[in-house]
Design a protein around this ligand. Structure first.
Ligand code: GDP
Ligand code: MG
Length: 228
């Protein structure tokens, strides 16, 4: 049994959900981390995953998997990047909340609506984790103000992002998936480090990875709907 309480031949399994409004740059950030490339020439939402033809990892719907080594520990990483998320209406997130070990909440600094959506997501995540170990929830949440290269079109101030993060006791950074490769790598690495250090202090138990992944995909794509 690994430190995270998960079976798997010395491999620690980490599930990370990248959430945020449509067009905020979720896929661009995931692609940057996984491939170190910025792929600007692709449509967001449904067409986004075409870019993964280039990726050195497996693509299964909107969950990308990758093996990596962090601090000498072998990690089997799954990144959930929803193809589309409604910015309006009821925020369910039930499946994502059960599935993920950590969350990167992304907004676009040049789009105030995406900031409002990030706020709602943070609220929903924290609300759902009431009763869970507070420190663990906080350290596995990262708020990211993306598209810093568009600061001439800025609609959301750095201080507003910082305040939202402080209010929700999560980590915060502004960066640009388009221009800041190192910052993107560092942000993901920090999230992974926080999550794996949580595994050391608390053993997590969950259904088998493939089963829970299939359930998430089915629900996201509407094959099986669950009311909240
Ligand atoms: P998603 O819907 O949240 O997955 O957003 P995408 O990753 O598909 O990005 C939406 C659009 O924003 C695409 O045209 C990207 O090329 C663009 N984009 C993503 N990140 C950045 C960034 O840091 N700077 C700029 N200028 N554009 C970006
Ligand atoms: Mg996308």
């Amino acid at each position: 049994m690994e430190a995270g309480g998960r079976p798997g031949g010395g491999m620690t399994e980490v599930k990370l959900a990248v959430l945020g409004g449509s067009g905020a740059g979720k896929s661009a950030l995931a692609v940057r981390f996984l491939t170190r490339r910025f792929i600007g020439e692709y449509a967001s939402n449904a067409g986004t995953n075409a870019c993964f033809l280039w990726m050195p990892c497996y693509l299964l719907e909107c969950i990308y998997t990758k093996h990596l080594c962090l601090d000498g520990r072998q990690i089997h990483l799954e990144i959930y990047d929803p193809c589309s998320q409604p910015q309006r209406g009821k925020l369910s997130l039930t499946d994502e909340l059960h599935w993920a070990d950590g969350f990167i909440i992304v907004y676009d600094i040049s789009d105030r609506a995406s900031f409002a959506f990030a706020k709602a997501l943070l609220y929903r995540i924290r609300e759902s984790h009431i009763g869970a170990c507070k420190k663990m929830v906080e350290s596995s949440l990262f708020l990211v103000g993306n598209k810093q290269d568009l600061c001439h079109m800025r609609e959301v101030g750095w201080d507003e992002g910082q305040k939202l993060a402080m209010d929700n006791k999560c980590q915060f950074c502004e960066l640009s998936a388009a221009e800041h490769c190192q910052e993107v790598m560092a942000m993901f690495t920090k999230v992974l480090r926080n999550i794996t250090s949580n595994f050391k202090v608390k053993e997590k138990r969950r259904p088998s990875g493939s089963k829970s992944m299939a359930k998430l995909i089915n629900n996201v794509f509407g094959k099986r709907r669950k009311s909240v």
